[in-house]
Write a protein that binds this ligand. Structure first.
Ligand SMILES: Cc1cc2nc3c(=O)[nH]c(=O)nc-3n(C[C@H](O)[C@H](O)[C@H](O)COP(=O)(O)OP(=O)(O)OC[C@H]3O[C@@H](n4cnc5c(N)ncnc54)[C@H](O)[C@@H]3O)c2cc1C
Length: 442
């Protein structure tokens, strides 16, 4: 992430910073020393994960902590199906760490490049109306607070419980409450997913949306603007012993690398040079993409390859507002005559009790819009954001949005409790950055 010369950039290349110092702590004690040293110098400090947030949430202008050496499994409670991971562990490493214990993460987002700490800190989620985001899998965490002390919250490595009342805040802490060093997850027995991916008429999908969402374990759809088709993904959970029919290596290469990356990248370049071609390209994409059925280990089905760089805004809506908000986005694209090459993605999640979760206390649907990273997203994202706000939307903390603390306070009933905890754990704002100043107040 941090390149020679000292510049850090996020994945979408929208955020960059030249930190005053970059450190690679190799132990929890080294994180404590780094925090105490930063406090003594009055220099802000921040840990980063994989830099996959589209917002400036991970920007560290003072001391930047990279945690590749704080990675791996440090405890397993086989009886309860819980594992404790060092906070820098990347999601794609976790399945192999859990396999010997016959465990898996309950649900995942579309990719697995993120660190566990980064993923939970921004509310990363997948889809499935009966399943929460990754932060809902957190049953314990250990953080180094701004004083340099260790704070254990919820279940620890040995099953002991401490400060349980703080768990709903710490599980999704925006990187504002401390540096996470360990995260304990409640896992589930390893399972297999049967995946069905189909192009379907968009109007049919929309008219049956409630039923499709409630009858499937994991349902989502993509809509390519300027077409009347939806690409649906319906995943069904099966026991680990179920027969597997994975994609063939060649088929996977064709879908993920050739179509998903190489042709998609070429299409984005053509579309940028000649936007008039976008409707034709989108119609072609719908034909080439996603008419397949396979069964494989859960992590191999949840996580996909996203190599073409883009920028994204995603809003969480009360589930019953998804349809009207989606219709408004569709009408907007038609009215404005824009040419949009990346699809609109619609997903779902269960209500939860995590204070800053976008699904806090309400069954939720997500609408995400994307633009190729070289295109200016402002006009499209601003107009979509207005629609989302009208429908009670809460922005994903790691994806582009324009809201500040006042607007967010009105959307989160535990906002002031979260800020009060921040005041207690980081009174001098050692963990601050401009994004946190904006969304939480200085
Ligand atoms: C291609 C792509 C696909 C994506 N797909 C999805 C998806 O399907 N669903 C979804 O919800 N999101 C998705 N995202 C967004 C992404 O999951 C989140 O932005 C996530 O936070 C990124 O994790 P990261 O490890 O890169 O964290 P970073 O972006 O590096 O950091 C995020 C936050 O976590 C904090 N943090 C990191 N480590 C620590 C630590 N040890 N202690 C305290 N705070 C810490 C940072 O300070 C920052 O505040 C996607 C992003 C990309 C680029």
């Amino acid at each position: 992430m941090t390149r020679p010369g000292g510049t850090w950039r996020n994945w979408s290349r929208f955020e960059r910073v030249r930190p005053q110092r970059v450190e690679y702590p190799r132990s929890i004690e080294a994180v404590q020393r780094a925090v105490s040293a930063a406090a003594a110098r009055r220099m802000p400090i921040k840990a980063v994960g994989a830099g996959h947030s589209f917002t400036g949430i991970a920007v560290a202008p003072g001391v930047l902590l990279e945690l590749p050496d704080l990675s791996g499994l440090v405890g397993v409670d086989v009886e309860r199906g819980r594992v404790t991971l060092l906070a820098g562990t990347r999601l794609h490493r976790i399945p192999a760490l859990l396999a010997p214990y016959g465990l898996a993460m309950e649900n995942l987002g579309d990719i697995d490049r993120q660190s566990i700490a980064g993923a939970i800190s921004t509310g990363t989620h997948g889809t499935g109306a009966r399943f929460g985001g990754i932060a809902t899998q957190v049953v314990g965490a250990t953080l180094v607070t701004a004083s340099g002390e260790l704070l254990r919250v919820g279940a620890g490595r040995n099953g002991e419980i401490e400060n349980a009342e703080l768990l709903p805040a710490v599980a999704l802490g925006l990187g504002a409450l401390g540096i996470l060093v360990e995260v304990t997850l409640q896992c589930v027995p390893a399972f297999v997913l049967h995946a069905v991916e189909r192009p379907e008429p968009l109007d049919d999908v929309l008219s049956q949306l409630d039923e499709r969402v409630s009858s499937a374990d994991h349902f989502e759809f993509y809509w390519f603007a300027h077409t009347d088709r939806a690409m649906t993904k319906t995943n069904t959970r099966l026991p680990e012993s179920a027969p597997r029919h994975p994609l063939s290596p060649v088929g996977k290469w064709v879908d993920d690398r050739l179509v998903g990356t190489l042709l998609h990248q070429a299409a984005c370049s053509v579309a940028r040079a000649a936007p008039v071609t976008i409707p034709t390209i989108n119609r072609l994409s719908v034909r080439l993409w996603g008419d397949r059925e396979f069964t494989d280990a859960s992590n191999r089905v949840f996580a996909t390859d996203r190599s073409v760089r883009f920028r994204e805004m995603e809003y969480a809506l009360p589930a019953d507002q998804v349809r009207p908000a989606f219709d408004a986005v569709r009408a907007l694209v038609d009215e404005r005559g824009w040419r949009i090459s990346f699809p609109v993605e619609v997903r779902f999640a269960a209500a939860d009790d995590v204070w800053m979760s976008t699904a806090h206390r309400r069954p939720t649907g997500y609408i995400a819009v994307h633009r190729y990273w070289r295109d200016d997203p402002a006009e499209y994202f601003d107009a979509v954001e207005e629609i989302m706000l009208r429908h009670g939307g809460r922005p994903h903390w790691g994806k582009m949005h324009s809201l500040g603390a006042d607007a967010l306070r009105a959307r989160y009933e535990r906002f002031d409790d979260f800020v009060a905890l921040r005041d207690r754990l980081d009174p001098d704002r050692l963990l601050r950055n401009p994004y946190l100043d904006r969304v939480l107040g200085g």
